[in-house]
Design a protein around this ligand. Structure first.
Ligand code: DGL
Length: 278
């Protein structure tokens, strides 16, 4: 049996495109709808309740577009909304925190893992809990990395400003000497070359894109939801202005960038504010 319905994927901006790209690489037969909530970017400094409300509305919007599964391709939104989303919707919902945490637990040898993320993700304690759940003897240093998300969103992931911000953030981590570093924000894989430079290649760098896509593949297969031979179709929706988004999206997808459509925040609110989501 084959299910040609698309997979819904969302983030506050370009970060989730790192997950989308990996999904398309691992699951080429699957169609996708990507939603970037640029009108509410950034999520990191917001209250969890507000990020939860945005997330549930987006999932409702995606559900109206008949997606068969949703990937919350944002750590901040996964921390704030994954449980509530699973309580609210019947379609499978996959977050990015557990897959990344499990990959790091597999990777570490010296039993020290550091996590960089937004303030919201750090405050939630979700990475710490996921790692300790898998192995309580592993030491964890979670750190918020202010400013990095904005630099990436502005297309400055390779800039001297980004290097300076990383040197400041990673100093405490280098001191702690973990052998594994989790990029606990889907924007950070775009900073990977600079992170590798600043950490001098001494840490295994784990991002959730690969492991999340692998988990989606498993969930689709286990539930008879995988697409087979249909030609895949891809679409991007954004709230707010797509100008900056486009620059980084083009770097990631080159000529294969899916068509982009702007939707108003009001429409997403209207579509998403039914029943339990309100
Ligand atoms: N990319 C998101 C994350 O993984 C959120 C960035 C933001 O909007 O602050 O946390």
């Amino acid at each position: 049996m084959s299910d040609p319905r698309p997979i819904g994927v969302f983030d506050s901006g370009v970060g989730g495109l790192t997950v989308l790209r990996e999904l398309q690489r691992q699951l080429p037969a699957e169609s996708t709808i990507y939603f970037a909530d640029l009108g509410h970017f950034p999520y990191g400094p917001r209250f969890q309740g507000q990020v939860r409300q945005f997330s549930l509305r987006i999932i409702r919007f995606l559900e109206e577009l008949d997606v068969k599964l949703v990937v919350i391709a944002c750590n901040t939104a996964t921390a704030a909304a994954l449980n509530a989303a699973r309580e609210t919707f019947d379609i499978p919902i996959v977050g990015v925190i557990t897959p990344g945490a499990q990959a790091a637990v597999q990777a570490t040898r010296n039993k020290k893992i550091a996590v960089i993320s937004t303030e919201g993700t750090k405050q939630s304690g979700e990475y710490l809990h996921a790692i300790k759940e898998a192995n309580p003897t592993i030491g964890v240093l979670p750190l918020a990395a202010p400013g990095l998300v904005e630099l990436v969103e502005r297309g400055q992931a390779q800039s001297p400003e980004a290097e300076a911000a990383l040197r400041a953030t990673l100093a405490e981590i280098i001191e702690y000497a973990p052998d594994t570093l989790i990029l606990g924000c889907t924007h950070y894989p775009l900073l990977r070359p600079l992170i590798q430079k600043v950490t001098e290649g001494k840490m295994t760098i784990v991002d959730s894109a690969h492991t999340t896509a692998a988990r989606v593949a498993r969930v689709l297969a286990a539930n008879g939801l995988a697409a087979a031979n249909e030609p895949a179709r891809h679409q991007i929706y954004v709230t707010g202005s797509p100008d900056q988004f486009l620059q980084t999206a083009h770097i990631l997808f080159e000529n294969a960038l899916p068509p982009i459509q702007t939707v108003s925040l009001e429409l997403v609110e209207q579509m998403g504010s039914r029943e339990a989501v309100g």
